[in-house]
Design a binder for this molecule. Structure first.
Ligand code: TEU
Length: 547
């Protein structure tokens, strides 16, 4: 049976603020993206996920939407968006928009109306509760960005819930009127010719019963995967997606594998695929803050991703990612961004593009962009990072150097520095000083340099995408781990009735013997110049046939 289009293609994620600035105001924009369409097409991708481009006061860079149907003026106009849509489609690339519907901006007209009075027509579009007996917040939930998840609003003497910043009040999916309006809004985007939605924290939409004064049990985790989530997703599928071939991609932190498999079951899907978070939570202790980093090890990464590879069989589907706009750069986190930067970046790209699922390449990873190490907290822009700084240096009492070291490792801004197009000033991203400083390594690591170097991560990525697209076993074959114990090598095969491929990855900086049975297989693609038949060089990645 033919696979749906979204199982067949490689996706590319664009963070518009940091991709390309066309008008010299230091902020990336839609025309900037349109100016890079040929570059995107040259990669061989089939889908772009565009992070939010809607009107927003930018408390959280567009994840706080004040008008779902207006384009953020910094990014351009609806005409610019249409030109981008058409330019992508003309090149055979689908356009997936970001749907942020767990919360809106506090500046959205819905919330402005909701907060006016307890009997406002849109009061129940958000989650309002009276104060606890002592006048404090209704319960002790803490927001993801730090501080209480409830904000007191003097106008009506009640608190509203915000799982993220206080400028991101949570919408109340229990309101039928809200859902009706949301689905109508989504249908209007569908009518504009989009190809799907990536749905922000979509497993937080169904809040637990009895939420309110004094109910603290279980903490904020109780907002995850709530009982009515399935009903809401089923209703959305019916109301918005019935009869279309659009893709729905859930962002689902804290969604267990069993539930993910059920929700993406192709026989009765609620979502087509979802992003789990287990591998990006491996480098801090369970329950510890993400800033308290522990080492990331290959065996842990292998065990986690293998579990998801096997666990989504036979009817579920994985979204694959090693980095995105919320995570440190993959090469700095899972690879070696020093001596083996090119080798480890290409090895990680091999992993991403040879697992089963739909791979999402985050902008810049195709040139091996690395974490930035800003000298001062004043260079950082992300709300989560700035709040963490206050917490680390305040409540936690850390000195500035220790706090900065933690932030350098994990800040979301690592992924948000400008795309490095060339060695020109501002990395060729903008004619003006960008909203966030570029990583100073852009002089050596940029698209122009990568184009000129046949060994670059960029050229390897193109070869790898072509290999995947031309090899049925890599697109749809089943994953099987070949050695669950090896301390340095990650060896797996992908098999389908159409053929078999073996992938051998050396996650170490020493040469490793290749098991003899694998050494006999022909090499389809390697990231190494002179591959030796029976060994893998430091950070070598080898794709072996027969195809
Ligand atoms: O992220 C949701 C989320 O829980 C995390 O990725 C979070 O940003 C990170 O773990 C904090 O350490 C989504 C968006 O991708 C993110 O950019 C938004 O800030 C967030 O939702 C709120 O809309």
């Amino acid at each position: 049976m033919d696979q749906p289009w979204w199982k067949r293609c490689v996706a590319y994620q664009i963070y518009p603020r940091s991709f390309c600035d066309s008008n010299g105001d230091g902020v990336g924009d839609l025309r900037g993206i349109t100016s890079k369409l040929d570059y995107l097409a040259s990669l061989g991708i089939g889908m772009v996920w565009l992070c939010p481009v809607y009107a927003s006061p930018n408390d959280d860079n567009g994840y706080d939407i004040s008008d779902y149907e207006a384009i953020q003026p910094d990014f351009g106009t609806l005409e610019d968006w249409i030109a981008l849509r058409d330019g992508l489609h003309a090149r055979g690339i689908r356009l997936v928009m970001d749907l942020v519907a767990n919360h809106s901006s506090d500046e959205h007209a819905w919330f402005v109306e909701s907060r006016t009075a307890k009997d406002s027509g849109k009061r129940d579009w958000y989650i309002w509760r009276p104060p606890a007996a002592d006048g404090g917040p209704p319960n002790d939930w803490q927001s993801v960005f730090g501080g209480p998840a409830w904000e007191y609003d003097a106008a009506t003497g009640e608190y509203y819930l915000h799982l993220f910043s206080k400028k991101q009040p949570d919408l109340n999916w229990e309101s039928t009127a809200f859902r009706t309006e949301l689905f109508a809004m989504m249908r209007r985007w569908v009518a504009l010719g989009i190809d799907g939605f990536r749905m922000d924290v979509i497993n937080l939409i169904a809040k637990p019963d009895g939420l309110g004064a004094g109910d603290n049990e279980g903490g904020m985790d109780r907002a995850l995967n709530g009982p009515r989530m399935r009903d809401y997703l089923a209703e959305m599928r019916r109301e918005v997606f019935a009869g279309t071939d659009l893709v729905t991609i859930g962002e689902t932190p804290g969604m267990p594998l069993e539930l993910a498999r059920e929700i993406t079951d192709e026989r009765a899907p609620l979502l087509d695929m979802q992003f789990h978070f287990e591998h990006v939570d491996l480098d801090h202790a369970p329950g510890a803050s993400k800033w308290d980093s522990t080492p990331m090890t290959m065996p842990a990464l292998r065990a986690t991703l293998s579990r998801w590879q096997d666990g989504m069989e036979p009817h579920g589907w994985n979204s694959l990612y090693l980095g995105n706009h919320d995570q440190p750069r993959a090469v700095s986190r899972y690879g070696d961004d020093g001596r083996y930067r090119r080798e480890s970046a290409t090895l990680l790209m091999t992993l991403l593009l040879t697992l089963k699922g739909t791979p999402f390449i985050y902008q810049g990873d195709e040139i091996g962009m690395a974490n930035v190490a800003f000298d001062s907290i004043t260079d950082y822009r992300d709300i989560e990072t700035l709040n963490a700084w206050l917490w680390l240096t305040g409540t936690r009492g850390l000195d500035a150097a220790s706090a900065l070291a933690m932030i350098r490792k994990k800040s979301r801004d690592n992924a948000r520095t400008p795309m490095q197009w060339s060695a020109a000033p501002n990395a060729g991203f903008s004619a003006a000083a960008p909203w966030i400083a570029p990583n100073p390594d852009y002089t050596g690591h940029n698209v122009a340099a990568a184009e000129a170097d046949p060994d670059s991560v960029l050229h390897y990525t193109r070869r790898l995408i072509a290999l995947r697209q031309g090899t049925p076993a890599l697109r749809s074959g089943r994953y099987r781990l070949l050695d669950a114990e090896h301390p340095a090598l990650w060896l797996y095969e992908r098999t389908s009735e159409m053929g078999r491929c073996v992938v051998a990855l050396n996650f170490s900086d020493t040469t490793q013997p290749l098991p003899p049975a694998l050494a006999e297989l022909p090499c389809l693609l390697t990231n190494h110049h002179n591959p030796a038949a029976d060994t893998l060089a430091a950070w070598e990645a080898r794709n072996l046939g027969p195809a």
